[in-house]
Design a protein around this ligand. Structure first.
Ligand code: UTP
Length: 295
């Protein structure tokens, strides 16, 4: 189907990392399949992409990640076992995901960094703008999803968009940190949009250009692939997406967006526990509301 280059149709999920911070749990289970309550992190990400009207999910996997493909597929034996029983509703959400999307996969053979993982997705994305979700950054809000907020901005500005949040200065060495000039937008709080002029991967607090850190949500224009091919390994010897984005930023083609909503760093044990507590409370309060409505 021809694409008019305004609507984002595809979402890329780099999911090849080792997840060392979750060892030994991630020895045989991909980090992206760890559940917050009963749902794997990756399914939350896919549902966010669906909420932003995307239906093509492109997943970059690696060795030991087969559980991801099995999750987004029909399990005939299981379906047969629970069909018509009181347990059938447990499969409702995942069935909806499977029937509403197509999934394609490629492998990153060597873990050479996030930029390299995104480049591996080129064969699945082709020559069109696309979204990227890092499923270990779990986002939630009561209104429009973070990715949906970002696709609207893409439709207006037609350039790469990165989601940012304010971080304590001491944490700058965990993130890509940006600097730039504020753009005013009639519907957004002042300071929500920044035309990026500089970005640094994992700077020390003294070298951080601001307290605005990139989190795991991006909209990227397809020229990023050629830029990544020309990007040399950076911090930690890895090919960094931040370094490739800096090339676009120097051309005035990257906007940072202070998104509305909550984000949990589920790549760390603290963030994962925080997310679990948050969703547990949220689910219980909606269950109680539903019960009160019935009484
Ligand atoms: P992280 O650095 O948070 O993931 O990368 P990790 O390496 O799996 O985690 P730790 O530090 O060892 O615990 C952010 C995202 O980028 C993907 C990861 O899967 C994760 O979703 N990634 C990173 C790749 O797909 N390939 C890479 O080479 C690096």
């Amino acid at each position: 189907m021809p694409n008019d280059n305004t609507r984002i149709r595809k979402c890329l999920f780099p999911a090849a990392g080792y997840g060392t911070r979750f060892l030994p749990a991630t020895k045989a289970i991909p980090k992206e399949m760890l559940p917050v309550l009963t749902k794997p992190l990756l399914q939350y990400g896919v549902e966010e992409a669906i909420s932003a009207k995307m239906s093509t999910m492109a997943i970059v996997t690696g060795r030991g990640k087969r559980a991801i493909e099995d999750h987004f597929d029909i399990s005939y034996e299981l379906e047969h076992q629970i069909k018509g029983t009181s347990k059938e509703h447990y499969l409702t959400e995942i069935r909806k995901v499977i029937t509403n999307c197509t999934f394609s996969y490629t492998r990153q053979i060597e873990m050479k960094g996030l930029g390299h993982a995104i480049l591996c997705g080129e064969t699945l994305i082709g020559d069109e703008p696309f979204a990227v979700i890092l499923a270990d950054d779990l986002c939630d809000n009561d209104g429009e999803s973070v990715l949906s907020q970002m696709t609207k901005l893409y439709e207006k500005y037609k350039c790469s968009i990165v989601a940012v949040e304010e971080i304590p200065p001491k944490d700058s060495n965990k993130y890509g940190v940006i600097a730039g000039d504020v753009i005013s937008h009639p519907e957004l709080d002042s300071g929500s949009l920044v035309r990026v002029t500089d970005m640094v991967e994992k700077p020390s607090p003294e070298n951080a250009p601001s307290n605005l850190a990139i989190i795991g949500r991006y909209i990227l224009t397809p020229d990023i692939f050629d830029i990544i091919k020309d990007t040399k390994p950076g911090k930690g010897g890895e090919i960094q997406i931040t370094d490739a984005l800096l090339t676009q930023a120097k051309q005035g083609k990257v906007i940072a967006y202070k998104f509305k909503g909550k984000r949990f760093d589920c790549g760390s044990v603290d963030g994962f526990v925080e997310a679990t507590n948050y969703f547990y409370k949220k689910n219980n309060s909606s269950k109680n509301q539903a019960k009160d409505g019935k009484d």
